[in-house]
Structure formats: structure tokens, C-alpha cells
Design a protein around this ligand. Structure first.
Ligand code: SF4
Length: 252
């Protein structure tokens, strides 16, 4: 019954704060494999996995999911500004994993984007460019799913520190599941090594968090892993995981 309440999707009312609190109490601290199994059992083919093919978290999640099912769709956003290495890695990896892949793109070419919003939109120009090239395509795709899963972890950024395992993402009209929310970085590295999970080759070249090429630089060993993203600006998140300081919940 608790699961049915959460499987609210697009037609039913959003889950209540009590439902979310109940399920989060149940899943907090559970092995991530069990959280994934719960998500697959609860949402079935109405569940999607969002992966950027940049960090090890998304790859660990993809690997773990592939051991449970081949029927959950992997959504990935191609902004048109990705590293060539990321594109080639994505293609190679998805020949190995059998999950269906859906590549999300805006309908605007970069030239059309420049024409509409100005010359600064030719390279990385947060926030409008992220809105057009990341958020809107994901918003459109998630209209077809009841829940989406992501590899974000609480310790990655202050904005992610309160990430629940299951939340209602009101902006996208879907439940948002973060099976690695409480997991530590070492655990991810151990999983990747133990299961021989492929990772983006740029991670071996000094990059620790990989997004669009114009906003990503390698970081020094003692730097924060995400210091290379939007370096020199105030921006730390593209907005997929952060709206007004927190994920929107049912009572937001
Ligand atoms: S990270 Fe930069 S280049 Fe990529 S979508 Fe956002 S603003 Fe555009």
C-alpha cells in the first residue's frame, strides 16, 4: 500500500509527506542494491535512470541496475557541448549494457540559441543555456515516466547535503530516487573496482567531475572534486538537482 501511494505518477495525486517519510525511513541505510530493487519493483518500466556518463556514480548505478533488469530506460542529456571522449565512451558502454538508451537534446542548435539569446550563448553561459539544453529536454522526457533515478550523493556539495532517497520532484512531476544519497566516495570506488565498471577516460586525466567541455577543467589532488565545474563562477549545479535550494517535495 505504501508502494502504491508512491507510484503516483502523472495521473494520481502526489505522494503525501507521510508516505515519503515512511518510505525514506524504510530505505535509509539499506544496501543500494535493495533500494534499486525496490525502485524497479515499485515503478517497473515507468522508472528511468538519468546518467551523464561523466562520474563514477552514474556508471556504478547503471551497472547495478543492469544486474536487476534490462527494461529500465537510461536517459542522458547531450547538450551539444559534451567532450568527444564522453560521447565515444557513452557509445562504447551502451554496446556492453543492454538497457535501452534515450539521448535527450534540445531542438535548438547552438547557432539558433545564439541568435535567440545572444553571442554569450555560444559557449558555457549559465543559467539560460543549462535551462535550454539540459532542464527543458529532461522535463519533456520525464512527462513519460513516473520516477527517475540519479547517482547524486549528499557529501558531493552543500546543496546536496539533505538529499532524501525518495522525493517528489514537483518540477518534473515525478518521484526522484537517489539510491546513493548516503553512500561515501570510497564505497563508489570499491564498487567500480570490484565489478570492473567502465569509467569515463577523462577521470584518469585529472578530471573528477565531468560535464560540458566549456565549463569543466581538471582539478588538483587537494581540490574539491567539483571545483572544476563552472570554475570561477558562483554556479555549482546545473539546476537538475536543485531548485530554490532543495529538491521540491510533496508539501513544497
Ligand atoms: S553546463 Fe554550460 S554549456 Fe553545458 S548546458 Fe550548462 S551552460 Fe550550457
Amino acid at each position: 500500500m505504501m508502494f502504491e501511494a508512491l507510484k503516483s505518477g502523472r495521473q494520481e495525486p502526489v505522494p503525501s509527506p507521510e508516505d515519503l517519510s515512511h518510505i525514506n525511513g524504510y530505505l535509509e541505510g539499506a544496501p543500494p542494491e535493495e533500494i534499486l530493487q525496490w525502485a524497479v519493483d515499485t515503478y517497473g518500466e515507468e522508472l528511468a535512470l538519468s546518467a551523464s556518463f561523466g562520474g563514477p556514480e552514474g556508471m556504478a548505478l547503471l551497472d547495478m541496475l543492469s544486474r536487476i533488469t534490462n527494461e529500465v530506460t537510461v536517459l542522458t542529456i547531450d547538450t551539444g557541448f559534451l567532450f568527444q571522449e564522453t560521447i565515444e565512451f557513452r557509445e562504447e558502454v551502451m554496446r556492453h549494457y543492454k538497457l535501452p538508451l534515450e539521448i535527450l537534446r534540445t531542438e535548438l542548435t547552438i547557432e539558433e540559441q545564439v541568435e535567440r539569446y545572444g553571442e554569450q550563448m555560444r559557449t558555457c553561459s549559465p543559467d539560460t543555456c543549462c535551462q535550454v539544453r539540459k532542464i527543458q529536454p529532461l522535463e519533456k522526457a520525464l512527462k513519460r515516466y513516473d520516477a527517475w533515478m540519479t547517482g547524486i550523493r549528499r557529501e558531493q556539495t552543500p546543496q546536496r547535503a539533505d538529499t532524501p532517497i525518495v522525493a517528489w520532484d514537483g518540477r518534473f512531476g515525478a518521484a526522484k530516487i537517489a539510491p546513493f544519497a548516503f553512500v561515501k566516495e570510497d564505497w563508489i570506488h570499491e564498487y567500480v573496482a570490484e565489478h570492473d565498471v567502465p569509467v569515463n577516460p577523462l577521470l584518469h586525466k585529472g578530471y573528477k567531475s565531468i560535464g560540458c567541455e566549456p565549463q569543466t577543467r581538471p582539478v588538483a589532488p587537494d581540490e574539491d572534486p567539483r571545483a572544476g565545474r563552472w570554475s570561477g563562477t558562483e554556479k555549482t549545479e546545473c539546476g537538475l538537482h536543485w531548485v530554490g535550494g532543495q529538491v521540491q517535495r510533496a508539501d513544497a
